[in-house]
Ligand binder design. Structure first.
Ligand SMILES: NC(=O)c1ccc[n+]([C@@H]2O[C@H](COP(=O)([O-])OP(=O)(O)OC[C@H]3O[C@@H](n4cnc5c(N)ncnc54)[C@H](OP(=O)(O)O)[C@@H]3O)[C@@H](O)[C@H]2O)c1
Length: 256
């Protein structure tokens, strides 16, 4: 396919960045969305080296008007949208009994409503291209913890939201799935360990090892591994895969 377009949110670092670079092998144009422009420019350089044309859009997805702006900009520049990968997320990891309304609202404004709004704004274009959407959840959707309750709650909502989009996608020819990564070593996870370690009087390295041991898995995942799953989900061979929630977690979830 020529001239095809993928939008990747959260493309300035971590799983979103790895996904944008991986998609450069399958898509001609990659729209890179996040707030940090200089990090996005670094991603753009890697996307160019990997063979696609990047478009950098620095924007705060928790601001309602931004979804429209991204869809309008992508359509104005390319005239089509073939894939939308909603990966941006920064839900505060705060105890259930300490988390403020503002923190809950900030988590939902970005990860839940940011993804919901952008998917809706891109929907007509996705319908026209018979495109594909991915929403990023997380394993905490399956085992919410009091220590960071909003993460699990919002991730569970994302799985349900993806299912609702997939339902409409049956009628409109748009394929929608959610991905649940297990523990992946990204900036987000590193800063959580840096926050957790001094509270529990251990080094960051020991905190990392302890968390891994508790998870029962051999190692942390790499962003590039999740990127491979993302790329598959928006590729032609995955066309009949829709309405699914896919875990990639090194075996962290042991139930069926
Ligand atoms: N890493 C894991 O172990 C893990 C596990 C389960 C689920 N997940 C999910 O996977 C996704 C990516 O996680 P990650 O670990 O790669 O995180 P990360 O390295 O912290 O990256 C988060 C991305 O979201 C962007 N972002 C944050 N706030 C934004 C805003 N208001 N508007 C636009 N973009 C914003 C960040 O860019 P800017 O700061 O430049 O805006 C960054 O590109 C998240 O949804 C996360 O919940 C991760």
């Amino acid at each position: 396919m020529t001239g095809n377009v993928a939008i990747v949110t959260g493309a300035s670092q971590g799983i979103g960045k790895a996904t944008a670079v991986r998609l450069a092998r399958n898509f001609e144009n990659i729209v890179l969305v996040a707030r940090n422009r200089s990090n996005l420019v670094e991603t753009a350089d890697e996307v160019t080296s990997a063979g696609a044309k990047p478009l950098v859009l620095d924007a705060d997805l928790s601001v309602p008007a931004v979804a429209d702006e991204i869809a309008v900009e992508a359509m104005g520049k390319f005239g089509r949208i073939d894939a939308l990968l909603n990966i941006a997320g920064a839900v505060p990891q705060v105890d259930l009994f300490e988390m403020t309304d503002e923190q809950w609202e900030a988590g939902m404004a970005l990860k839940l409503h940011g993804a919901r709004r952008l998917t809706i704004r891109c929907w007509e274009a996705l319908k026209a291209s018979k495109g594909a959407v991915v929403l990023t959840s997380g394993n905490s959707a399956l085992f919410p913890k009091a220590g960071y309750a909003a993460v699990g709650t919002i991730n569970a909502a994302i799985v349900a939201l993806a299912k609702a989009f997939a339902d409409r996608g049956l009628r409109d020819g748009v394929q929608v799935n959610s991905v649940l990564p297990g523990p992946v070593m990204t900036g987000r996870r590193k800063s959580y360990l840096e926050h957790w370690a001094p509270i529990h009087n251990v080094s960051v390295e020991d905190a990392g090892r302890r968390f891994l041991q508790d998870s029962g898995i051999a190692r942390y995942g790499e962003p590039e591994e999740i990127a491979e799953l993302m790329a598959f989900l928006v590729s032609p061979p995955a066309r009949w895969l829709t309405g699914a929630q896919l875990r990639m977690d090194g075996g962290e979830v042991t139930s069926i």
